[in-house]
Design a binder for this molecule. Structure first.
Ligand SMILES: [Zn+2]
Length: 376
């Protein structure tokens, strides 16, 4: 299964040169799910025929467990991979391929876990959810949240967590700051307004604002306990002999649970405005993607405890974003738990071990038994 999933490209990217349909992966999952007796729904994303979510459900009723994963992968640097990223290659028990850990291996584990049970044994339904575009826009999960269909009571998102449950994670979004000036001949500064010099003021102001919000928000549950602000990209200008008319800065902002993206953006806009106040520049601040909200964890502490007991380890926090906030919006008590290491995801030679997929299969089977079969 992992081999076939990896061989079926499903890159998602906001850069349309790299973006692909995820239909091939959805169709494989639909076929395998139907083979196990699950009722399969494929839902195209609004206005995007090449992108779809899959909802495959075994059993009836409103409660039960959802095993959820995204069907897309990030783009790849073909030159940096030791082997073809779309051909599963095995070295020392490691299965290498694009999306093995993040997170095509998850679907193989989830489907094999379901296959261990007789459909008639289920008192509450088990659902496989496969989403589109998690790595780019989260539009798949967003469409599900908007539709608002109740999918179950509990959800596990099988992102690579080394099989330790994650109960909280930060939120992320990208912001672009554009500083505009006026071009002119480099020989006379009075002929233009240099946007790079404006951006320099913005950078200094944002650096000190970073310390301010770091002091204001704090959550010791996280390895990096404050919000973060990364200056990821700057661009501007074309030629040394021209005054630069426009410069841009793109930032990655990571929020703690409880912080609101809209409030942070408004504050950031004020910082930029104050930095440029009195100067000749214009500016614009806008969100440019990456939108994942922070995840504050399931409200049902018993769910968390039950999963911790079944896994044999306590729940932790993560610094990466997932679709958990969208599933929470649907009323699902959600945790993140899957095979593989996030550190190898989004990297050349990404891998998951066969042993980890087998352990994940065992854990998912225990969860199905606990939440779909045993008395509530
Ligand atoms: Zn992922």
């Amino acid at each position: 299964m992992v081999r076939q999933l990896v061989a079926t490209p499903s890159v998602s990217s906001q850069d349309l040169r790299f973006d692909q349909s995820n239909r091939g992966v959805i169709e494989l999952l639909a076929e395998w799910s139907a083979g196990l007796g699950l009722a399969v729904q494929i839902e195209a994303l609004p206005g995007q025929t090449g992108k779809a979510n899959l909802i495959a459900k075994l059993g009836e009723g409103e409660d039960g467990l959802v095993l959820s994963g995204h069907t897309d992968t990030v783009p790849y640097d073909a030159d940096r991979w030791s082997d073809d990223p779309f051909v599963l290659t095995e070295h020392d028990g490691k299965l290498h391929g694009l999306g093995t850990a993040d997170m095509k291996g998850f679907f193989a584990a989830a489907l094999h876990a379901i296959a261990r049970f007789e459909p008639g044994a289920l008192r509450r339904p088990i659902t496989i959810l496969g989403t589109a575009d998690e790595e780019s826009t989260m539009n798949g999960a967003r469409a599900l949240a908007k539709k608002g269909e109740r999918l179950g009571r509990y959800a596990i998102i099988g992102e690579p967590t080394g099989l330790a449950p994650i109960r909280k994670h930060k939120g992320v979004f990208y912001v672009q700051v554009t500083v505009s000036g006026k071009s002119g001949h480099a020989s006379n500064p009075a002929l233009g307004v240099n946007a790079i010099e404006g951006l320099q003021l913005v950078l200094a102001a944002l650096q000190s604002w970073r310390d301010t919000i770091g002091a204001r928000y704090h959550d010791e549950d996280f390895e990096v306990p404050g919000p973060t602000l990364n200056f990821g990209r700057v661009s501007g200008g074309d030629s040394p002999n021209r005054i630069c008319a426009e410069s841009k800065l793109t930032l990655d902002v990571r929020l703690l649970p409880g912080m609101q993206r809209s409030e942070v953006t408004a504050e950031l806009r004020d910082v930029v405005a104050n930095a440029l106040d009195g100067g000749p520049w214009g500016f614009d601040v806008k969100g440019v993607g990456g939108y994942a909200d922070a995840f504050g964890g399931p409200s049902d502490a018993q769910f968390c405890t039950a999963v911790e007991t079944l896994c044999g380890c306590s729940a932790r926090t993560a610094l990466f974003g997932t679709e958990a906030p969208f599933l929470t919006e649907l009323g699902l008590q959600t945790l993140v738990l899957g095979a593989g290491d996030i550190a190898v995801a989004h990297q050349p030679d990404e891998y998951v071990t066969m042993a980890a997929i087998e352990r994940a299969t065992d854990v998912y089977a225990k969860l199905i038994k606990r939440f779909c079969i045993e008395p509530a």
